[in-house]
Write a protein that binds this ligand. Structure first.
Ligand SMILES: CC(=O)SCCNC(=O)CCNC(=O)[C@H](O)C(C)(C)COP(=O)(O)OP(=O)(O)OC[C@H]1O[C@@H](n2cnc3c(N)ncnc32)[C@H](O)[C@@H]1OP(=O)(O)O
Length: 355
């Protein structure tokens, strides 16, 4: 109960900046604290709002908006790390271009990191590691992907022995088939997937209707070429993929997308998307000296390798490891309601999950 009280103290609502002020009493000046974070709306790849927007523009929109919201000069950043999977060429060019488009000085370094679907999260923990190691006090962690303008199709040059080894062969299985493998291996029925998809759509639609996403989405003004080939300027403020009219019956009618006898459909798969996000973090003592808000505290992180043919199960192994590292301390996975927080037992840390 005590830990739940500490947690709910982290979650009192306020303005957009620092809307969840962290008031944990056991504050350490070396805590790595989250100051502010923003994302673009999430666009539907190839057909959605950002189909004609380059990733450097998406990234620049969030990089500049986060610093502008809190009034921090970019020159005070010790490092910027950008998670990105589909990196053309030598990787970091897109991030450095975004960096200059945002008006950041050249003295602030930037680099990219690729840990597949968790690249943005890895960027956050890389920046936290730099602060913890004493290299700098403030840093910006970002993630960006344009699935519209980049292609995952070319795997590059790989060993001719690729197909001789079961594990290396599994590394080139398409994501949709890994979803089918997880469903088969863990007995997740089509009905269970459709029910989860329905509940996810309903929660997203409710949050959108209530304007809850407005706190985290920065509007992006960009070009959009319509079906007649006419270029228009649009300002994107809302996620494309939310379908408030979704019903269980409608989902049940959709055909499997990857395998004749499969259960993954366009309605229960994760959408192929375009978007970007940025999070400003820093050492608590510096953040407080600069008069910046404290949104939360980063306590622990963990990465765990899993078989490539069921790669989607990664979080089920990494989350318990992160909780073990955190021990008795609180981990908040991004929720703004204390009534969904639970204390699993006296030996476990409090986990606050965004439902
Ligand atoms: C950064 C990243 O994005 S990486 C992660 C990307 N995710 C993956 O790779 C996971 C695998 N997912 C996929 O490959 C794709 O989502 C696919 C192939 C399953 C489906 O892709 P798309 O065909 O583009 O899906 P799309 O959203 O356009 O839906 C197709 C149709 O399904 C139907 N449909 C989709 N969602 C619903 C729903 N909730 N209710 C009812 N019908 C629906 C609609 O008829 C829709 O057509 P419409 O948009 O014209 O109405």
């Amino acid at each position: 109960m005590h830990r739940v009280q500490i947690l709910s103290g982290h979650l009192s609502s306020n303005s957009r900046v620092g809307m969840r002020q962290c008031s944990a009493s056991a504050a350490d000046p070396n805590d790595i604290v989250v100051v502010h974070g923003l994302r673009t709306a999430i666009g539907r790849a190839k057909r959605g709002s950002f189909k004609d927007t380059t990733p450097d523009e998406l990234l620049s929109a969030v990089m500049s908006a986060v610093l502008k919201d809190v009034g921090l000069r970019p020159s005070l950043l010790g490092d910027v790390c950008v998670g990105n999977v589909l990196q053309p060429g030598a990787g970091a060019l897109m991030a450095r271009v975004a960096h200059f488009l945002s008006g950041f000085p050249e003295s602030v370094p930037v680099y990219t990191v690729n840990r597949q679907c968790s690249s943005g999260l890895q960027a956050l923990f890389n920046i936290a590691g730099g602060i913890r190691g004493g290299s700098y006090d403030m840093g910006l962690a970002c993630g960006v992907e344009s699935m519209s303008l980049r292609s995952p199709d070319n795997p590059g040059d790989l060993s001719p022995r690729l197909m001789d080894n079961e594990k290396t062969r599994d590394c080139i299985i398409p994501m949709g088939i890994t979803s089918e493998n997880v469903a088969e291996r863990f007995g997740i029925t089509r009905e269970a997937q459709d029910r989860f998809a329905l509940s996810s759509q309903q929660k997203a639609a409710m949050a959108q209707k209530k304007g809850l996403f407005e706190q985290e989405i920065t509007p992006v003004t960009t070009k959009f070429v319509d079906e007649n080939g006419t270029e228009r300027t649009i300002t994107v403020t809302k996620d494309d993929g939310i379908r408030p009219g979704t019903t269980f019956e409608g989902l049940a009618k959709l055909r499997p997308a990857f395998k004749e006898t499969g259960s993954t459909t366009a309605g229960n798969a994760s959408q192929v998307s375009d978007g970007a996000a940025a999070v400003l973090i820093g050492r608590r003592s510096t953040v407080e000296k600069l008069g910046l808000p404290v949104f939360g505290v980063l306590r622990a992180s963990a990465v765990v390798g899993v078989p490539p043919d069921v790669m989607g199960i990664g979080p089920a192994y990494a989350i318990p490891q992160a909780l073990n590292q955190a021990g008795e301390r609180t981990i908040c996975l991004g929720c703004n309601r204390s009534d969904v927080c639970s204390s699993p037992g006296p030996e476990s840390p409090v986990v606050c999950v965004c439902l």
